[in-house]
Design a protein around this ligand. Structure first.
Ligand SMILES: [Zn+2]
Length: 89
């Protein structure tokens, strides 16, 4: 396989679960849309649909304001797995 892909199949996880609202307080519900540097993953990688990607982006931005999700991550605290709680170092 010449092409290396992190995400095999593209489908919207939220549509599959029929999610109508993404709670910004529930980090688990959008953690797969966060990169190891806590950036919002682009839609082309996660496979979210436009509607849900907007909801996820909105939730993450709100979560950042109340410090559930960090804005920036320095080199030492970059996590290698997709998501770990922020205060665990
Ligand atoms: Zn969707």
């Amino acid at each position: 396989m010449a092409e290396k892909r992190k995400f095999k199949k593209r489908y919207c996880k939220y549509c599959a679960e029929k999610v109508e609202f993404i709670d910004y307080k529930d980090v688990d519900s959008y953690k797969h849309s966060l990169s190891e540097r806590y950036k919002i993953m682009p839609r082309r990688l996660t496979g979210n649909c436009k509607r849900h990607q907007d909801m996820v982006a909105d939730a993450i931005k709100k979560a950042r304001q109340i410090a559930l999700v960090p804005y920036v991550v320095d080199r030492k605290s970059v996590v290698l797995t997709s998501y770990e709680p922020y205060d665990k170092k």
